[in-house]
Structures are given as structure tokens and as C-alpha cells.
Design a binder for this molecule. Structure first.
Ligand SMILES: Nc1nc2c(ncn2[C@@H]2O[C@H](COP(=O)(O)OP(=O)(O)O)[C@@H](O)[C@H]2O)c(=O)[nH]1
Ligand SMILES: [Mg+2]
Length: 224
């Protein structure tokens, strides 16, 4: 009983800071995109491919969430895009207060879009609102077909699903058509992008989509 009350209080406190983040970002005209996946799905690799396609047209920055290391932020810095690293020191997800700290370190007046790479985990990040505009779930072919059924919350809350590592389809029993059907059963509004960050297939389509969505969102136009 006590545990449940505590969890509710934590989530409520998080909601308040998330609302503050949302207000700040709206005032500054910045769209925040929260990338959620299990470890190794390919979030950082995808960002390394996506950022070069966006950075000349839009002001872009990245907030990297990791339990301990700064490796992903270093990879992002290699693209010339500013990255702020958050180390959660054991926590399995980012929370709104951590993101608030990171936002204070970024030049918000110069930005249009901030990508947040959440801690690799399909469970906790789905429960903690960061004040983001969009949650994007990233699921890769080698993870297998059953993850949406096992971890439905991330897929239910997502605006788009990226099915990554499709270059591995010929070597696996993964059925792309059946997977997409499954995603749409869980969330009929999901925008779905099969892609390979390694080979480049589908990356341009996804990059254009998210760039267009961010641009429209801040002009209060219908995004789709
Ligand atoms: N075959 C293949 N491997 C990929 C692809 N994207 C990422 N990887 C590999 O998957 C591993 C984990 O990628 P990473 O981007 O670090 O995943 P993250 O933990 O979600 O950030 C690395 O060895 C990547 O090279 C892809 O599209 N195809
Ligand atoms: Mg990563």
C-alpha cells in the first residue's frame, strides 16, 4: 500500500516538472522528441544518420540519457550537433527533472528540435513523461516479433514506430507485414517507418518526416 502511494506521488511530481518543460519548450518554439527502445535497438546509430540530414535546415540538439557512460554523447558530438549527457546513475529511465537540467544547458533560442535518447529500456521510459511533444518507439528486427505484445505501453504512447535493422530481414524469421499489422492493432494511429541506419534505407524518409512534423508543430499547423 505504502509503495503504491509513493509511486503515485513520484509520478505526480514528475508530471508537474514535465508540464514546466512543455511550457518552456513551447515558449521557445522547440519541439522535443523522446526516443524509447530496448538496449541496442539502434537509437544512437539512427541519430548519427539523421542529424546530418536535418542540421543545415533546423536548429538541432540531443539530450543523451545513459545509466553511466558518456559514449553516446561522444558519438553525437562527432556529427557536429550539440549533445548534453545525463547519467542516471542506476535509474532505468530519464525523468522530467533530469531533462529540465539538461534544457538549461542548451541554447533554446537557437533550436527547433531536441532529440532525447532515453535509457535503453522498453518499460520505465514509457511511464515517465519528460514534457516531450512526441514519443518515438524504436524496435529492431533481431529483437523479434513479440516485443509490442510484451511491452505494449511504449507502443501505445508512441506517435511513431521505427522498425530498425531491416537489412537483417533476410537472416531472420521476422515477418515485417505481420509486425506492422500487430503494431496497428496496438495503436491504430502509429506512423511506421521500416529502416536500416546501417545501410541508409528509409533514413531520409524518416528524417524528412520528423523535420516536417517539428516545423508544423511550432506553427500550430496540423502535423499530418
Ligand atoms: N545490421 C544493423 N545493425 C545496426 C543498425 N543500426 C544499429 N546497428 C548496430 O546495433 C548496435 C547497437 O546500436 P546503437 O545505435 O548503439 O543502439 P542503442 O543502444 O539503441 O543506441 C551497434 O552495433 C550498431 O552498429 C542497422 O540498421 N542494421
Ligand atoms: Mg545509444
Amino acid at each position: 500500500m505504502v509503495k503504491v502511494v509513493l509511486a503515485q506521488k513520484l509520478l505526480q511530481a514528475n508530471e508537474e516538472v514535465a508540464a514546466e518543460n512543455r511550457r518552456l519548450l513551447e515558449e521557445k518554439g522547440v519541439v522535443m522528441v523522446n526516443l524509447i527502445s530496448g538496449p541496442g535497438a539502434g537509437k544512437t546509430t539512427l541519430l548519427e544518420r539523421t542529424l546530418p540530414l536535418l542540421k543545415d535546415k533546423l536548429g538541432v540538439a540531443v539530450i543523451e540519457g545513459d545509466i553511466y557512460t558518456t559514449r553516446d554523447a561522444e558519438r553525437i558530438a562527432g556529427t557536429g550537433v550539440e549533445a548534453v549527457q545525463i547519467n542516471t546513475r542506476g535509474a532505468c529511465h530519464l525523468d522530467a527533472a533530469m531533462v529540465n537540467e539538461a534544457l538549461r544547458q542548451l541554447p533554446l533560442n537557437d533550436l527547433d528540435i531536441i532529440f532525447v535518447e532515453n535509457v535503453g529500456n522498453l518499460v520505465c521510459p514509457a511511464e515517465f513523461d519528460l514534457g516531450d511533444d512526441y514519443k518515438i518507439v524504436v524496435a529492431s528486427v533481431p529483437e523479434g516479433m513479440d516485443k509490442p505484445a510484451k511491452y505494449p505501453l511504449a507502443f501505445q504512447k508512441a506517435f511513431a514506430a521505427l522498425i530498425t535493422k531491416i537489412d537483417l530481414l533476410p537472416y531472420s524469421d521476422f515477418n515485417l507485414g505481420a509486425y506492422i499489422e500487430q503494431l496497428l492493432t496496438i495503436n491504430p494511429n502509429l506512423k511506421i517507418f521500416p529502416l536500416s541506419a546501417l545501410k541508409g534505407e528509409g533514413v531520409e524518409e524518416w528524417s524528412q518526416f520528423i523535420g516536417r512534423v517539428a516545423w508544423k508543430r511550432r506553427r500550430n499547423l496540423d502535423v499530418i
